[in-house]
Design a protein around this ligand. Sequence first.
Ligand code: HEC
Ligand code: HEC
Length: 201
Amino acid sequence: MRLITKIGLGIVSASVLFVAGCAAAQQTVSEESLGLRKVDLYSENTVTPEETKYSQAVAGTSTKIVRAFQDAPPMIPHSTEGMLPITVDNNQCVSCHTPGVAETLNALPYPKSHMTNFRPTHKFDGKKFEKSIDNMKNEIAISEMQTLAGARFNCSQCHAPQSEGQLVENTFQAEYTSKDGASKSSWEGTSLTEGLDTLMK
Ligand code: HEC
Ligand code: HEC
């Protein structure tokens, strides 16, 4: 008797699930709601996408863009016409953003982190390569430099111009850890090595 009740219950709950399943299957997602174009897939070619528009303002006349988060690489607010690609013989960014020069042009100098070498210096005699640091340490040695570190030469690897227009609303709100975090980076001194098990040379 008990067994029969269990089987009966089983059948009832299975059919409830089946009906619920059918109801869910009937909910459809329209093609128009799927993409950013807001049309069905067959009408895609009727849509003109928003244009990519970079700032035309010449360096010295642009308005700085608020940092995305604390110590984010700032976006380039001015036009980069004629500056890219950066090559060994042509890096105009450096000519305006080098400390000492930048201040006179009202541009921000590149920060301390860009004059810090994070690469380990290994021994290489032309033939044999030898690690020069303790195996138990992370393979990083940090040393301050007086000039721009080679790893930072290609500015556009990290700093990009910002296109105007808003295809999707951005609701992200930054919470900066330092008071002027929206316009200034705080990444220098001991904060460069915070949490790193590394050698400070
Ligand atoms: C002719 C001088 C000049 C050149 C060349 C130049 N900049 Fe600038 N840059 C400025 C000035 C001045 C500002 C401040 C905003 C303004 O006045 O337009 C600025 C602002 C910036 C900022 C924003 C800093 C912040 O605090 O938000 C970044 C990032 C930047 N430049 C990167 C670059 C990169 C990368 C290049 C090379 C592709 C470059 N700049 C080339 C003068 C220059
Ligand atoms: C490997 C990535 C990377 C490269 C390459 C790089 N930057 Fe940066 N830059 C950053 C980051 C991340 C920050 C913010 C944190 C910091 O200060 O280090 C920053 C910050 C800056 C700032 C703002 C400093 C401040 O005090 O707020 C300037 C100006 C700048 N960079 C200019 C340059 C220029 C000019 C070059 C090329 C010569 C360059 N950067 C190359 C990642 C990079």
